[in-house]
Design a protein around this ligand. Structure first.
Ligand code: URA
Length: 243
């Protein structure tokens, strides 16, 4: 692929802007400036450096954000900044979208991709990709509440009962809840339906993906294709998320 085309596919701007970046000497490969926009490169394993920042080539983007509280997932945020503002311009320009939503006050693992089919697969209830939520409750979590969450609860405005795949108490006021679907405010509504209240919520896993231990709140990392291929297939215990 021609170098200017590589930059274009990675979100560095219009074809003209990308050709301009290369011609201006802003792009290095293997430490060497390459200033011919038509220079042919193999994309497999390619890392381009643009204005001093290394950028590994990804045919399709899948990234993991350690979401802080105080950011909205909606396209038109109303009261808080958008989670998109935590991503660098090339990712935004290549059109990555959040994979499902987390509430403004929910923290934790949020994926983004520009692969429409993957987003559909990961958000469709048919595919049952399990998500783990760490819940802090207002009142002590009882055995009866755990049993109800596992058996299924009916949410307001929704006749179809929803149940947790797993519900495990981790402290007097805390539990881990594993859900297959992602209905609006589902965890909060499920806690309310069993007579408790969700005070804080953190998503710790999406499929077999977990937040890398060294990824600070508010920062993102790539999820490589090989990791993604196993992470959402129902296979457990493949926590690495780095690409
Ligand atoms: N369930 C909720 O209630 N909120 C979230 O952000 C995610 C799941």
């Amino acid at each position: 692929m021609q170098l200017a085309q590589v930059l274009y596919t990675q979100g560095f701007g219009t074809r003209r802007v990308c050709a301009g970046l290369v011609a201006a000497g802003a792009v290095r490969i293997g430490g060497q400036v390459v200033d011919d926009p038509a220079h042919e490169v193999a994309t497999d394993g390619l890392v381009v450096e643009v204005d001093g920042v290394a950028w590994p080539y990804h045919a399709q983007a899948l990234v993991l954000l350690h979401k802080p509280a105080g950011f909205e997932c909606s396209q038109k945020p109303r009261h808080h900044p958008s989670v998109m503002s935590l991503l660098p311009p090339p990712l935004r320009q290549r059109g990555v979208q959040p994979v499902g939503r987390l509430d403004e006050d929910t923290t934790g693992l949020l994926l983004f991709s520009d692969d429409g089919k993957l987003i559909h697969r990961l958000t469709s209830p048919k595919h049952h990709v399990p998500k783990v939520y760490q819940v802090t409750a207002k009142h002590p979590v009882t055995d009866a509440q755990l049993a109800q969450l596992l058996a299924g609860v009916v949410l307001e405005d929704d006749p179809q009962p929803v149940r947790a795949l797993a519900a495990e108490r981790t402290g007097e006021l805390t539990l881990d809840l594993t859900l297959a679907e992602g209905k609006y405010h589902q965890v909060k509504r499920m806690l309310a339906a069993v007579g408790n209240r969700c005070e804080a919520l953190h998503r710790s896993r999406f499929g077999a993906l977990a937040i890398p231990a060294d990824l600070p709140v508010g920062r993102w990392c790539w999820v490589d294709a090989a990791t993604a291929a196993t992470a959402f297939s129902g296979a457990a215990g493949a926590p690495a998320a780095r690409g």
